[in-house]
Design a binder for this molecule. Structure first.
Ligand code: LLP
Length: 420
């Protein structure tokens, strides 16, 4: 339930598969994911909410690997998408039928993206502003369709998380102020090409306390009651994503965490008859993945020691962008090696290119392999080709063995769209 990466005979294994052998076979930097843990986490969510009508709509942005989307679609999950590109991925991985379990979030949907989602007949657009509502109404009318919508309300609830990933306060760009929502629903209901079917809320990411989720849901449900009394047929309440994981402590009980979360949401829900939509991202995939990297060099500047590895901030930007902590462990432990304090840094030409600062690790030697843990969420999906670096390959460890699910890019592919 914690991490699928454990040692056997001093060698790191992912569900029994030797990580060093994967690095030899597929090269580094390399993302390795446990299919088993992703399925288990999705199952935990589904079980925790058994008893309430619900759909788990995995937030594709956390990890948009087609192989992972395909697995989750087969497990009955729906998807929370934020772009036409994510819609295309979900349809490619899960087939056209999954569209009935797709919700489309985001503050900046374009007309073209709306058209794609209308053609696919997705479940619901989570609309974030009045101008967006007007454009969607026009696009749907032009196709002779009715778009099912939820307004994403901003509940003005504060969630204790990093400011860059907190979204539920009025100061943030997300959603429509909850006090204004009722009037906007009245406007929307008057649009023949719009069907007001839901209300959505999302307060941020990596939230470890469950109270803010319950508070936001309670406020949302109070609005649902008002909307129903105004005559809107509200069926769906989208409670968003954001349930956090433990990045530092090994003994994280995921089942307990999700049970706690489900209990808080269920108690806010009471006996209200709605279909709940849930948008977990990180919780399903974060701890299932590790970024495997090789030590290139060790150096010392003054008193400071550096371990330079072959993965960089372009491959995993979380430490640079959010000062995020990721555990880093040797892939093969060496007997009798002493701990030493060093910065673990990448080859990118930026001082922000680090995975850890002043971290105490067993002394590594050139050529050693390190695993940056809990890198399954917002790792490759948030990667770039900065410094014209090829992004990592990806391996999925399944019950039948390890499988390359994304090969490494080539230089030619990086240049392909250019016209010098
Ligand atoms: N639903 C909506 C509308 C969202 O904006 C997000 C995440 C999610 C669901 C999924 O949240 P999760 O369950 O994964 O926390 N790059 C940052 C996280 C950004 C989250 C953006 N929105 C990081 O690496 O921590």
């Amino acid at each position: 339930q914690g991490r699928p990466f454990v040692y056997a005979d001093a060698r790191l294994k992912c569900d029994g598969v030797d990580v060093a052998e994967l690095a030899e076979q597929f090269g580094t930097p390399l993302y390795v994911y446990s299919a088993n843990q992703i399925a288990e986490r999705a199952g935990l969510f589904q079980t925790a909410f058994a008893g309430v009508s619900h759909t788990v709509c995995y937030a594709v942005k956390a990890n948009s690997s087609l192989a992972i989307l395909k697995m989750l679609a087969a497990q009955g999950c729906g998807f929370d998408i934020v772009s036409g590109g994510e819609l295309a991925r979900v349809l490619a991985a899960g087939g056209r039928d999954v569209a009935s379990r797709v919700v489309f979030s985001g503050v900046g949907k374009t007309a073209a993206e709306m058209d794609e989602a209308l053609d696919a007949e997705i479940l619901q657009f989570n609309v974030e502003s009045e101008p967006e509502l007007e454009l969607l109404a026009a696009r749907a009318a032009a196709k002779g369709k009715r778009a099912r919508i939820a307004l994403r309300v901003n509940p003005d609830v504060s969630a204790e998380t990093h400011p860059y990933i907190s979204t539920g306060l009025s100061a943030h760009k997300f959603g429509i102020g909850i006090k204004l929502a009722r009037a906007v629903y009245t406007r929307a209901a008057a649009m023949p090409s719009i069907e007001t079917t839901g209300v959505s809320v999302h307060i941020g990411s990596q939230i470890r306390q469950v109270e803010p989720f319950a508070e936001a849901l309670a406020k949302t449900l109070a609005l649902v009651a008002e909307l129903r009394s105004d005559g809107h047929q509200i069926r769906y309440v989208d409670a968003g994503g954001g349930l956090g994981i433990e990045y530092a402590d090994k003994d994280f009980d995921a089942a307990e965490q999700v049970a706690h979360y489900a209990a808080a949401l269920k108690s806010a829900l009471g006996s209200m008859d709605v279909h709940l939509l849930l948008e977990p991202g990180r919780f399903l995939v974060g701890q299932a993945g590790a970024l495997i990297t090789r030590v290139l060099y060790r150096k010392q500047n003054g008193d400071k020691k550096f371990v330079i590895v072959d993965a960089g901030m372009n491959d995993l930007i979380r430490p640079a962008l959010y000062q995020a902590h990721h555990e880093i462990v040797p892939v093969v432990t060496r007997e009798g090696s002493l701990d030493e304090e060093a910065d673990i840094v990448g080859p990118v030409c930026e001082s922000g290119d680090f995975f850890a600062r002043a971290r105490t690790l067993p002394v590594s030697e050139d050529g050693d392999l390190l695993a940056v843990l809990d890198a399954g969420a917002y790792g490759l999906s948030l990667s770039s080709n900065y410094n014209t670096r090829l992004r990592p390959a990806e391996v999925l460890v399944e019950s039948t063995g390890a499988r390359l699910v994304r090969r490494r890019e080539t230089y030619e592919e990086l240049f392909a769209p250019e016209m010098p």
